[in-house]
Design a protein around this ligand. Structure first.
Ligand code: FAD
Length: 390
């Protein structure tokens, strides 16, 4: 291709542009980003940036200065047509395009100033300022981001309540038997956890609950999940899954024509795990963007990673490796009051692991999953046996 357009100025867009240059592409390269900031990292937004130890998470490698990229900020793609992207700034012709528009938080309605969602650095700075002033915080959603925000707010000595409609934390991502392991952690951080508690409304003074109850709070933070930002692709011919994901093949190519996708928006067929998968992970955003970039240049490489994700929350480090959908058995190894690991197994194959404060299990699990190595469930349940010896 002579001209490549990357749509989305997040981690996947940045990595795709950098990888194209690293692979020797010297044609015209345009990155369209809706935000006013050059690409930055999101994981610290709910961690170090809220804690105040970091203020700027801009990604290294200045696309304009170092990589001769035409980086358009505050520029939103509106439509994709054969050979052109139409944006708020005009028309951008392409020979190949990489879609990397990421995802947006699912809203809960209401326009109260007290209500915060957390996706962008602007969101994070606004929330940090509110946390400085407010005395009490209600977090709606005991998910990854909700728990991280609750942790930082509690560390600032705010009164924190986490509310979730589900019977266990992390219910969108994990089975209840795993999420339940986190329950004691909230009290250890001084956080009040309310499960089985649907929220019916948000306002300037807190949260209304089903059944008529309330949680009064100066600040309300919603963290109930995100959706792929792909509404602008409707009618373009790019195949979209029911949840809005872009359906791609094993090389991350979608269509029509030379159209590729990377990051949070892409759903791809996984040979390792069977079926089509989509994940919202930092690691995947970077790795998929590199594969998409190489394939734009004709490499035709399959994308078949072992997904990896981490989260620092409630005084613990959680690390997840693999993909557990469709696994036959769940085995818990270790003890809830110490370090523990949840293992998802089918037959003698490990499919996924979630480890709490147990980086060695994560490394071992990754080796077993990637190598399709056999595992004895009986041995694996014993925390004294190393997973790679089980
Ligand atoms: P994004 O980073 O969302 O970037 C997409 C960009 O495209 C955005 O800037 C958006 O404004 C722009 N855009 C959208 N639509 C358009 C359009 N039409 N035209 C132009 N531009 C557009 N992952 C982990 O693995 N570990 C963690 O601990 C972790 N913590 C996180 C904490 C927070 C607060 C958040 C929000 C995410 C966290 N993640 C974490 C997830 C990780 O950050 C994402 O998976 C990753 O950012 C996805 O990268 P992306 O480039 O696909 O999308």
């Amino acid at each position: 291709p002579r001209r490549v357009v990357v749509v989305g100025g997040g981690l996947a867009g940045h990595t795709a542009a950098a990888a194209l240059r690293a692979e020797g592409f010297d044609g015209g390269l345009t990155v369209l980003g809706a935000e006013p900031h050059p690409p930055y990292d999101r994981p610290p937004l709910s961690k170090e940036l809220l804690a105040g130890t970091v203020d700027d998470t801009t990604l290294q490698a200045d696309l304009r200065a170092d990589l001769d990229v035409d980086l358009r900020l505050r520029c939103r793609a509106l439509r994709l047509r054969a050979g052109t992207v139409e944006s708020t700034e005009g028309v951008h012709p392409y020979d190949a395009v990489i879609l990397a528009t990421g995802s947006s938080p699912i809203g809960l309605g209401g326009t109260s100033r007290a209500v915060h969602a957390l996706r962008t650095v602007a969101d994070a700075r606004r929330l940090r300022a509110a946390l400085r002033d407010g005395a009490s915080v209600a977090v709606v959603g005991a998910g990854w981001i909700g728990n991280e925000v609750a942790t930082r707010a509690a560390a600032l000595d705010r009164k924190v309540t986490v509310i979730d409609a589900a019977p266990a934390p992390l219910a969108r991502a994990l089975p209840g038997a795993v999420g339940e392991q986190l329950v004691p952690w909230y009290a250890e951080q001084g956080i009040d956890l309310r499960l089985n508690t649907p929220v019916t409304g948000l306002d300037d003074h807190g949260v209304s609950l089903a059944g008529g109850g309330r949680v009064d709070a100066d600040i309300v933070v919603t963290g109930i999940g995100a959706r792929p930002d792909t509404g602008w692709l409707r009618g373009s011919g790019v195949p979209l899954a029911p949840d809005g994901a872009v359906d791609a093949d094993a090389t991350l190519r979608t269509g029509p024509g030379p159209v590729y996708a990377a990051g949070d928006i892409v759903r791809w067929p996984s040979r390792l795990f069977g079926g089509r998968i989509r994940v919202e992970h930092w690691d995947h955003a970077a790795a998929s963007a590199q594969t998409a970039a190489r394939n734009v240049l004709g490499r035709d490489e399959p994308y078949d990673p072992v997904p990896y994700f981490w989260s620092d929350q409630l005084g613990h480090r959680l690390q997840y490796v693999g993909h557990h959908d469709g696994a036959e058995r769940l085995v818990l190894r270790g003890h809830p009051s110490d370090s523990w690991t949840a293992l998802w197994v089918s037959g003698r194959r490990l499919r996924a692991a979630l480890a709490a404060d147990n980086p060695r299990d994560v490394r071992d699990a990754r080796r077993l999953i990637a190598g399709r190595l056999p595992l004895s469930v009986e041995h694996a349940a014993d925390p004294a046996v190393r997973l790679t010896d089980a």
